[in-house]
Design a protein around this ligand. Sequence first.
Ligand SMILES: [Zn+2]
Length: 305
Amino acid sequence: MVSRGQALLERLKDEVLVFDGAMGTMLFQAGLTPGACPELWNAERPDVLQGIHRAYFDAGSDLVETNSFGGTRLKLKAFGLEGRCRELNEQAARLARGVCPPGGYVAGSMGPTGHLPDTFEPLGDTPADLFYESFREQAQALAAGGVDLFAIETMMIPDEAVLAIKAAKDATGLPVMCSMTFQFNQVRGVDRTMWGTSPADAAATLVEAGADIVGCNCGDGGPGRVPAILAEMRTTTSAFLAAYPNAGIPKVVGDKTVYDLSPDAMAAAFPAIVAAGARIVGACCGSTPAHIRRIAETVRGLRAV
Ligand SMILES: [Zn+2]
């Protein structure tokens, strides 16, 4: 029998699928306090999580991702919750699986650990095998809870992304999507990771490590930079591409970061993103189900390129 993850990869050969929007933005709207551990809500506020997943599916998402972005042991440690790593990730997957309609998919979110590889002198603090074990443990728990694939995302350090991809593949064999965050350097007019990697080099590295789908998410360039980033990735890989930018360019107002693209303005960027090769499209920080609804309506009629 073909797994749901494999079926998803088959569909990407000639379809554009819609991912979901922001999780953090929705959790803050629901009352999560800044500085609190979002993954703890998988245990304490499962109703809120399922309401968010359901809202994205209702808006037109073909796949949603679990509330486990910060769910590695390395990251949970900051909250003293590393002992609940398995439970919180497995529960994250169960909650999304529980409201996933037939034909929908659940991606297990895996974000950066917040640590630097110890090969990065002088600030690096964490050996490669600790990253690997941490991601492997998270991937196993997400798979036990029923995810169809992994969404390794918002990665800024290729070395960390590579370890996450390998750990997820070794642990489960499920498809892996890996997406990096790029910042737009206005002076030089180029998109680079925080550590200076180009989209072309990043895509080649991620695919070599085993990623089935590569792309970009979050970032400070908004959806307008995505076509250029994907075009660069395309020069080094023929893998499926994914893009889920923020709802505009982040601006700091007082002590808050705000994103000002309306659902209509956001959706207007997606014909060019699909034309650049994206097969999975969605949105990141600042977006809501209203953004996903307009993006879904916009890309439904578009031919996969
Ligand atoms: Zn984001």
